[in-house]
Write a protein that binds this ligand. Structure first.
Ligand code: PLP
Length: 389
C-alpha cells in the first residue's frame, strides 16, 4: 500500500485529494517525501499566512508545550488566554472586545449564531447566496451550496438567503424577527467576490434600522489576508459579531467569535473543552505579533497589487480563457471560462500549488510574505500553462 492508499484506506472518504503528500515546509515552500519543492499558494486553505514552519510560532508552541498544554476555560484562568483575549480586543475594529475562543471556523460561526439568537431573542438568520460558513449544522444552514447541504436536511429552521451584493433584496427579506445578517465581507469559497461599493455600509444600515445584528465571517479574510487586518476595515464597516479562525494560529487550530463590548452572556450559555487552550492561544499570540512586527498587513496589500497586476496582464492576453481577475490583497482569483481542475493539475506539474473555488476558478491564498520573485514564478507558470492549452 502506498502512502495515498494508506490514508484513503483508513479515513472516511469525505475528501478527494491531490496525489501529493506534504512532509515539510518553510515560508511559501512545501516539500514532498522525495524532496520535490512546491510553491504553496494554498496554505492549508488560507491558514499559513505567516508561512510554513514559522520560527516564532514554532518556538512559542514548543515553549508552551513544555509548560502547560491544557487549562479548561470552564474551570481555571490562564495567563496566556488572557494575553490573547486582550490582544484580540486591541486588533479588532470598533468596540468588538469580548471573545469566545474555539478551535475552527465552523465553531466560530456556530458560536456567533448562538450568540445572535440569544442576545436578540429573535430566531431568523439571513445569509447570502454563494456564501460558505462551514460544515456543522448551524454553519451549514447558513451555507448556500446545495451540494454541501442536501445530504443533511432538514437543516436548522429560520435561515434564509439573499443575493450577495443586493441591498434591495436584503431590505425585502429583513424584519423585526431577524436576529442577524451573516455575511463574508469578501466571499471566499463562493469564488472570491468583493462587495459592490457601498454594499457593506448599506447592510450595516439596514441591520440597524430593524435592530438586527451584523455578523461578519472573517474566517478566510482575517489577519491581513486582504490588505487590512480584517476585510470589513476596507469599507470602515464594523459588525456586532465577528467570526475568525484559519490564519489565526499560524497552523495550530483556533478560532473565535468576537462580540461588541456591551454584549455579555450568562454562565453556561456556550462552551468548549479545548477552546482557548494555552497551546493554541500561544500560537495565536505569536502569529498576531509576527503579523504586526513584520507589517504583513501592508505587505499583503503591496504584494497583492503586484500579483493582481500580473494576473490582469495574463487575463488580457488570454481573453478566450480568462473571464476576469477578482480579489483584494493576497486573496485573488482567476475566473476562467472553462473548468479550472485541469489547469490546477498542470500548475502542480510545474510545482505551483493553487486552489479551486467552485468549478471554474483558480484561487490564490499565498503566505503574506510571498516575494516578488515567487509571484513572478507563479505568473510565468500560468503563462506557460495557458499557452500550452
Ligand atoms: N467560513 C469561511 C468563510 C470559510 O472559508 C470556512 C472554511 O473554508 C469556514 C467558515 C469554516 O472553517 P473551518 O473549515 O475551519 O470549519
Amino acid at each position: 500500500m502506498n502512502e495515498f492508499d494508506r490514508e484513503d484506506r483508513f479515513s472516511t472518504g469525505v475528501y478527494s485529494r491531490q496525489s501529493l503528500q506534504l512532509i515539510e515546509g518553510s515560508g511559501a515552500t512545501v516539500r514532498d517525501g522525495d524532496g520535490n519543492e512546491y510553491l504553496d499558494l494554498t496554505t492549508g486553505i488560507g491558514v499559513a499566512a505567516v508561512g510554513h514552519a514559522n520560527g516564532a510560532v514554532a518556538e512559542a508552541v514548543k515553549d508552551q508545550a513544555e509548560k502547560l498544554l491544557t487549562c479548561s476555560p470552564a474551570y481555571f484562568y490562564s495567563d496566556v488566554r488572557a494575553d490573547l483575549l486582550e490582544k484580540l480586543a486591541e486588533i479588532t475594529p470598533g468596540n468588538l472586545s469580548r471573545s469566545f475562543l474555539c478551535n475552527s471556523g465552523t465553531e466560530a460561526i456556530e458560536a456567533s449564531l448562538k450568540f445572535a439568537r440569544s442576545h436578540s431573542g429573535r430566531e431568523e438568520i439571513i445569509a447570502t447566496m454563494r456564501g460558505f460558513h462551514g460544515r456543522t449544522l448551524g454553519s451549514l444552514s447558513a451555507t448556500w451550496k446545495r451540494k454541501y447541504t442536501k445530504p443533511f436536511e432538514p437543516l436548522i429552521p429560520g435561515f434564509n438567503h439573499v443575493p450577495y451584493g443586493n441591498l434591495e433584496k436584503l431590505g425585502e427579506e429583513i424584519s423585526q424577527d431577524t436576529a442577524a445578517v451573516l455575511i463574508e465581507p469578501i466571499q471566499g469559497e463562493g469564488g472570491i467576490h468583493t462587495p459592490p461599493e457601498g454594499y457593506l455600509a448599506g447592510v450595516r444600515e439596514i441591520c440597524d434600522e430593524v435592530g438586527a445584528l451584523l455578523i461578519f465571517d472573517e474566517v478566510q479574510t482575517g489577519f491581513g489576508r486582504t490588505g487590512e487586518m480584517f476585510a470589513g476595515q476596507h469599507w470602515n464597516v464594523t459588525p456586532d459579531i465577528m467570526a475568525i479562525a484559519k490564519a489565526m494560529g499560524g497552523g495550530v487550530p483556533i478560532g473565535a467569535s468576537i462580540v461588541r463590548e456591551d454584549i455579555e452572556f450568562s454562565t453556561g450559555l456556550h462552551g468548549s473543552t479545548f477552546g482557548g487552550n494555552p497551546l493554541s492561544a500561544r500560537a495565536a499570540l505569536a502569529t498576531i505579533n509576527y503579523i504586526e512586527e513584520n507589517d504583513l498587513v501592508d505587505l499583503a496589500r503591496e504584494r497583492g497589487e503586484i500579483f493582481k497586476r500580473g494576473l490582469e496582464e495574463i487575463a488580457s492576453d488570454n481573453e478566450k480563457l480568462v473571464r476576469e481577475v477578482r480579489g483584494l490583497g493576497l486573496m485573488l482569483a482567476l475566473q476562467l471560462r472553462k473548468k479550472s481542475g485541469p489547469y490546477l493539475d498542470k500548475l502542480m506539474k510545474k510545482n505551483i500549488l493553487a486552489l479551486p473555488a467552485g468549478s471554474s476558478v483558480i484561487r490564490f491564498l499565498p503566505p503574506l510574505e510571498i516575494s516578488p520573485g515567487e509571484i513572478d514564478r507563479v505568473l510565468e507558470a500560468l503563462r506557460e500553462v495557458f499557452a500550452s492549452d
